[in-house]
Design a protein around this ligand. Structure first.
Ligand SMILES: [Zn+2]
Length: 340
């Protein structure tokens, strides 16, 4: 099969790799129908993470080709959406709803890699969810989004306790931040303030439900948020970047007693104890337990209640993966879908 490999920072290629086979009775082998490049793939691409010959891709939808003897919830021919983290679905962490830190968790990047034509999915019952019927072609991007960005934005909004009567600030206008806007809207937040300096992303944020856009960053941005929230800060803040600057913005933009959902992959973030102590906020975040939300997100997409697939601003053949990475790196595209 063909699969995307990152040889070193900035060096993305499509190479041959042996077709995956069933190795454990809990495995499924799926034919990837659609995959994509994640904002988090840009960290190694830009050299912020160490990378050497890594099989790429952790977002995927596909059709089950084969299952091991112990798999009971998905069958060959099923269209499935999977989480970006493998989970067994049975351990105490999974059953509590935190599948992304399952005792048997494995990130799909690296060993598996779904920017490819096929993938072996361990713990298929705990990781994959079948759609009720084979989806219409136009729903595939939205189902693919549920695999990570939509699920992650949803978790962030849930962790931030977005809901009726709440003002939600979204820090970060990448795909996950935009999905946080959409999720907050679905959760009936009253006001959704998106922080963005890019016209294309502002437009999409508005489409997904943002009521206000704040273009300024730093002190000016914070002052504007204070103005919009009667000087109190927001009830709910979604942090979707993962830098020191974005986390400090989230802490400062949140009112005492408020909730922060942080899902930007943390890079050298250090929270000063004094700020944390005096903030009096709830902090909840980390790798999103997307598997917990997949049944609900699949239902919303299949019933055409939401269109998270709008974050894919372009679609390319898998063979052109290098162009997809480059375009996202240059911020020319928000997110690129890859057709194997
Ligand atoms: Zn588990």
């Amino acid at each position: 099969m063909r699969a995307v490999i990152m040889k070193s920072p900035g060096d993305v290629r499509v190479e041959d790799r042996p077709d995956p086979v069933i190795e454990e009775p809990t495995d499924a082998v799926i034919r990837i129908v659609a995959a994509c490049v994640c904002g988090s793939d840009l960290w190694p691409y830009r050299g912020a993470d160490d990378v050497h010959d890594r099989w790429m891709g952790h977002e995927y939808v596909g059709v089950v080709e084969q299952v091991g003897d112990a798999v009971t919830t998905v069958s060959p021919g099923d269209f499935v959406v999977g989480s970006f983290v493998i989970s067994d679905g049975t351990c105490p962490i999974c059953t509590a709803g935190y599948q992304s830190r399952c005792v048997n968790a494995e990130f799909v990047d690296g060993g598996i890699g779904t920017q490819a034509q096929y993938a072996r999915i361990p713990y298929a019952d705990g990781t994959l969810v079948a759609t009720p019927s084979y989806p219409d072609e136009d729903l595939i991007p939205s189902l693919l989004a549920a695999s990570d960005v939509f699920g992650t934005g949803w978790f962030a909004a849930d962790a931030a306790q977005a809901g009726p009567g709440k003002t939600v600030v979204v820090v970060g206008d990448g795909a996950v931040g935009l999905m946080g806007v959409l999720a907050a809207k679905q959760m009936e937040a009253e006001r959704i303030i998106a922080m963005s300096r890019h016209a294309d992303r502002q437009a999409l944020a508005r489409e997904f439900g943002a009521t206000d856009i704040v273009e300024e960053r730093g002190k000016e941005g914070l002052a504007t948020i204070r103005e919009l929230t009667d000087g109190l800060g927001a009830h709910s803040v979604i942090e979707a970047v993962g830098t020191q600057e974005s986390m400090m913005m989230a802490l400062r933009a949140c009112r005492p007693g408020g909730h922060i959902g942080f899902v930007g992959v943390s890079h050298d973030v250090e929270i000063p104890g004094g700020r944390l102590f005096m903030g009096l906020v709830h902090l909840h975040g980390g790798p999103a337990p997307v598997r917990r939300y997949l049944p609900e997100l699949i239902r919303l997409v299949m019933e055409r209640k939401v269109d998270p697939g709008r974050v894919f601003t372009t679609q390319l053949p898998l063979e052109e993966a290098a162009s997809a990475y480059a375009a996202m790196d240059r911020r020319e595209e928000i997110k690129v879908l890859l057709w194997p």
